[in-house]
Design a protein around this ligand. Structure first.
Ligand code: AMP
Length: 146
């Protein structure tokens, strides 16, 4: 299975983003309202300049207290973002996510972020694939093909 099959289920304008100068408080509100765990950080030209997950906010609050919520996203975001393309295999993405211990990956077309896949999306797609294989096998067995 390719990342394309997973990311195509999400509309392009579903990629939730923020900017480096937004406050952590603003981002926490946005994550809560959208019921998601991660935002891509885009620069003025729409280019990817970082990623910020709920974990970054929790870590900052744990280390510095709630006063850090007035700080900008740039103070805690991860700048070295691992990305993938629609043609990457889902298996390779899962491997990179578990090796890097993160759960989100922007999907790029050139310099443009076209989607953001989460480990939850990948696991859900994998389970659906296994269920389809299972059903196909059951049908074959019932019809005496196997
Ligand atoms: P997550 O497990 O995705 O909530 O994120 C855990 C940590 O990894 C946080 O510090 C994120 O900023 C960072 N992170 C999340 N996704 C990526 C990614 N694709 N590339 C690099 N770092 C990431």
């Amino acid at each position: 299975m390719k990342v394309r099959q997973i990311s195509e289920r999400k509309a392009i304008n579903d990629v939730a983003s923020t900017t480096a100068n937004a406050t952590l408080s603003h981002v926490a509100t946005k994550l809560g309202a959208l019921k998601i765990g991660c935002l891509v950080v885009l620069d003025a030209q729409g280019g990817l300049c970082g990623i910020l997950s709920e974990r970054d906010i929790v870590r900052a609050v744990g280390e510095q207290g709630s006063g850090c919520l007035d700080q900008p996203v740039s103070s805690v975001m991860t700048r070295n973002v691992m990305t993938c393309t629609p043609d990457d295999s889902a298996a390779s993405i899962l491997e990179r996510m578990s090796a890097g211990r993160f759960r989100h990956m922007p999907v790029m077309e050139g310099d443009t972020v076209i989607s953001l896949v989460s480990i939850g999306d990948m696991v859900k797609a994998k389970i659906e694939e296994l269920e389809q294989d299972n059903e196909a096998m059951e049908t074959m067995i019932r019809s005496g093909v196997a």
